[in-house]
Design a protein around this ligand. Structure first.
Ligand code: NAI
Length: 472
């Protein structure tokens, strides 16, 4: 095997949204940067087999649902015809356009790319296994952005072709007749809705008594009502105890809950029970970087690990495993590594579930406030009072703002309804800027829009709402 030696001021492991942001920021600050990724394309899980392909498919499923609901408004389309090859090509085209965009940006910044698997040799040296042989890289500073992988479920033959993870589910090889989703979290419900729209009979098994357990359940309720119609069944407080392949590649699944044990045959099973950090891939034991008992790398507010010249960002340092959190952290790490004063000091990180309807929240949830006994008051604006929501057939939606009862500043925001993921940005700005209820209520919002519901929620809290009658 060819042995090559390289040196870099800053080396970044992983070219996902955190890693490439870190590499590009460091290059923009004048550093000589080497970016390493084992994938053939840049962009990481988010671009290649996560956020972007899933949202491309969710857009199609939402448009199909909207077209169907138009029949209530007097316009009826025929049954949709699905060309799965074209759907797949469409999704792949978006991914490859973005892949080349990142490659061009790396090129313009003179960020050098090595395609291969990086592992540590010491606190200042990496070994990269590439198709052309091993490359030894010595570095001044390193930013680890190695990401995460789907968790496997014990008792499930994860390498069986009918057992899917988010990665293989997004390859969209075919449309299974009966799909069982294990895990009623973000991935399970987003991909469950995609497959239901494409024609699969989808069932969900969730271990806990609620879907999307991290979210406030009043926000989950409108989604659950919709899923009750779209899915064959939603089994809560249930677990899969065994998955056994049949000769025809279908799967025999045993599900257990307080009603007993059931056996059911599914064409495919999607395992979406969480993700784990990729720390095992990079030989971290050859460094003095400290990890916790789950394998997450420990960092301080400067994204610095226990080794001064090694930083870590994104999924590999822990929850929430979100692209926008990784990007923010990547820029902090690049700034600090380049000698600028920076730290992770964001007040909140928004979460979005891109289902239909979407659910989004930021900052304090009511669930957290109750659990941690944090005093709060809330203002809620039901979308049944919004003209725009009625126009969109979205009156099930809701916007709520959680306030500090003393200062009336925004502590948290929760939204359910179409475009909740876009609308939450206004809540984020309010949290970051320390806005209070009056600031929001007195900000003129355009009419008719869904964004008005944000000012509406503040007005409900203030007692100044005129679009609703709130008894005193
Ligand atoms: P998740 O943590 O959102 O949901 C996993 C669900 O599986 C939980 O509700 C959990 O109670 C359940 N579960 C665990 N073990 C189980 C078992 N044995 N049987 C049945 N249910 C079980 O994890 P998910 O959906 O795999 O996503 C992983 C991470 O990826 C998310 O936490 C999120 O950070 C990220 N992600 C974010 C997206 C977004 O922002 N829209 C989209 C997709 C993923």
């Amino acid at each position: 095997m060819v042995e090559e030696s390289r040196q870099a001021e800053i080396v970044v492991i992983g070219a996902g949204p955190g890693g490439y942001a870190a590499a590009f920021r460091a290059a923009d600050l004048g550093k000589e940067v080497l970016l390493i990724d084992r994938d053939s394309e840049l962009g990481g899980v988010c671009l290649n087999r996560g956020c972007i392909p899933s949202k491309a498919l969710l857009h199609i499923s939402k448009a199909m649902d909207e077209a169907e609901r138009l029949s209530k408004m007097g316009v009826t389309y025929g049954k949709p015809e699905i060309d799965i090859d074209q759907v797949r090509d469409h999704k792949n085209k978006i991914v490859s356009q973005l892949n080349s965009g990142i490659a061009q940006m790396a090129n313009a910044r003179k960020v050098e790319i090595i395609k291969g698997l990086a592992s540590f040799v010491s606190n200042t040296e990496l070994k990269v296994q590439t198709d052309m042989g091993n490359v030894s890289v010595t570095f001044g500073q390193c930013i680890i952005a190695g990401g995460s992988t789907s968790v496997a479920l014990p008792g499930v033959p994860m390498d069986h072709p009918s057992v899917l993870t988010s990665r293989t589910a997004l390859e969209l090889k075919d449309i299974p007749e009966k799909l069982l989703v294990i895990g009623g979290g973000v991935i399970g419900l987003e991909l469950g809705q995609v497959y239901a729209a494409l024609g699969s009979k989808v069932s969900v098994v969730e271990f806990l008594p609620t879907l999307i357990p991290g979210a406030d359940q009043d926000l989950v309720k409108p989604l659950q009502r919709k899923l009750n119609k779209q899915f064959e069944s939603i089994l809560l407080s249930s677990k899969v105890t065994a998955v056994e392949p049949n000769n025809d590649d279908t799967l025999n699944v045993i599900i257990e809950n307080n009603k007993g044990e059931f056996r059911e045959v599914y064409s495919k099973v999607l395992v979406a029970i969480g993700r784990r950090p990729n720390t095992n891939l990079i030989d971290i034991k050859n460094t003095d970087v400290r990890i916790d008992d789950k394998g997450y790398i420990k960092v301080d507010v400067y994204q610095r690990t226990s080794v001064k010249n090694i930083f870590a960002i994104g999924d590999i340092i822990g929850d929430p495993m979100l692209a926008h959190k990784a990007t923010y952290e990547g820029k902090v790490a690049a700034d600090v590594a380049s000698g600028l004063p920076a730290a992770f000091d964001a007040r909140a990180i928004p979460s979005v579930v891109y289902t239909n309807p979407e659910i989004a929240w930021a900052g304090l949830t009511e669930k957290e406030a109750k659990n941690d006994e944090i005093p709060y008051k809330k203002g809620e604006f039901p979308w049944s009072a919004s003209g725009k929501a009625m126009i969109l057939d979205a009156s099930q939606g809701k916007t709520k703002i959680i306030f500090d009862p003393e200062t009336k500043q925004v502590l948290g925001v929760g939204i359910v309804g179409p475009s909740a993921g876009d609308l939450i940005s206004e809540g984020m700005l309010a949290i970051e800027m320390g806005a209070d209820a009056e600031d929001i209520g007195l900000t003129i919002h355009p009419h008719p829009t869904l964004g008005e519901s944000f000012a509406g929620a503040a007005e409900v809290f203030e007692g100044t709402a005129t679009d609703l009658y709130v008894p005193k």
